[in-house]
Write a protein that binds this ligand. Structure first.
Ligand code: SAM
Ligand code: SF4
Length: 326
């Protein structure tokens, strides 16, 4: 799959549910409205779509959400997609908030997963509960332990929030270095309405990087994953730190990905509405129709996002990150 700018699409992020057991303040409002279940793709439809993507040259699939581990049957889905690893698919991964990881880590490994991303914005239990509106940090810590014991490599995702967790970023770097986990720091993005003004929490990561550079030696890495992160090796630690800076940097030229919502709508860009809806084509069983819809998506995939954050700026798109999983 190649888009009109010559970018090869080899990576698909699939949201398996829009539901979540947490309510992170920067992600969704307290009373988030979730989709009626009948609109959400069945596990069979998701697996079939994944297979179609692999047939069209996709090498990496990430399951995400909402919280993917709250979807019943997630292990069976991981097994179905994981069976393609080595036969066209290079890697199946997952992004999770970690609350249910203790229960699922070893089954995910058995299904063929080798790496997962776990989102942890604070190691202070009260702060964690505040950010997630009630989340239990100890469950996430048990999940991380279980994942390590199961043999899963872990990357921590931390959204940098001004006035909330900015004082913990250095500590997070040290903790990740001690554990051998890579770390990705993320700028809060204007996706979907929430109660707060995101401007108040926006922390430019170039500023964070300059501060970290006073304490840590960050060596620019040649690694590019076709995604929004710029990577640095943390000298002497063996870990890598990524900075996802959609607002201070543009990262779209090498974009290699598309995103599928839980209802089967495929988006060409996180920051635009451009999409095609594959669910009906999948339900009527038409492979050709799915292929031609994907071709239409590729032809119109936007060149770049136009994120702006500021007091009067509306969200770039109405959909929350939980719809497409970031
Ligand atoms: N529930 C899982 C989790 O939290 O890891 C997977 C889905 S979540 C939408 C994926 C990632 O997006 C998480 O790391 C989360 O912190 C991040 N995220 C959610 N809303 C965001 C926003 N508005 N700006 C930046 N990152 C966001
Ligand atoms: Fe749920 Fe993940 Fe959004 Fe937090 S960031 S509310 S865990 S989907």
């Amino acid at each position: 799959m190649i888009d009109s700018f010559g970018r090869r699409i080899t990576y698909v992020r699939m949201s398996v549910t829009d539901r979540c057991d947490l309510r992170c303040r920067y992600c969704m409002p307290q009373n988030m409205k979730f989709l009626p279940r009948r609109e959400v793709m069945t596990l069979e439809e998701i697996a079939r779509l994944a297979e179609l993507f692999v047939g069209r040259g996709v090498r990496r699939i990430r399951l995400t959400g909402g919280e993917p581990l709250v979807r019943r049957g997630i292990v069976e889905l991981a097994e179905a997609i994981g069976s393609k690893v080595g036969s066209g698919l290079d890697e199946l991964t997952l992004t999770t908030n970690g609350t249910l990881l203790e229960r699922f880590a070893s089954s995910l490994h058995a299904a063929g997963m080798r790496r997962i991303n776990v989102s942890v914005d604070s190691f202070c239990p009260d702060r964690f509960a505040h950010i997630t509106r009630g989340g239990d940090l100890s469950a996430v810590l048990r999940g991380l332990e279980a994942a390590r014991n199961a043999g899963l490599a872990i990357k921590i995702n931390m959204v940098a929030l001004a006035g909330i967790n900015e004082d913990e970023i250095g500590e997070m770097v040290r903790w990740c270095a001690g554990q051998g986990h890579d770390l990705t720091l993320i700028e809060t993005m204007p996706l979907g309405s929430i109660e707060e003004d995101r401007t108040d929490r926006y922390l430019p990561l170039d500023q964070v990087r300059r501060l970290l550079a006073r304490e840590f030696e960050l060596l620019p890495s040649v690694i590019r994953t076709g995604g929004p992160a710029r990577y640095f090796d943390l000298a002497g630690s063996g870990i890598r730190i990524g900075f996802i800076t959609p607002l201070t940097d543009n990262f779209c030229d090498g974009c290699n990905r598309i995103r599928v919502s839980a209802t089967g709508t495929v988006y060409g860009c996180l920051g635009h509405e451009q999409n095609v809806d594959l669910r009906d084509a999948l339900r009527s069983g038409g492979r050709e129709e799915v292929d031609s819809l994907l071709d239409r998506l590729l032809a119109g995939k936007p060149r770049r996002h136009d994120f702006v954050i500021g007091p009067s700026a509306a969200p770039a798109v109405d959909r929350h990150m939980s719809v497409t999983g970031g």
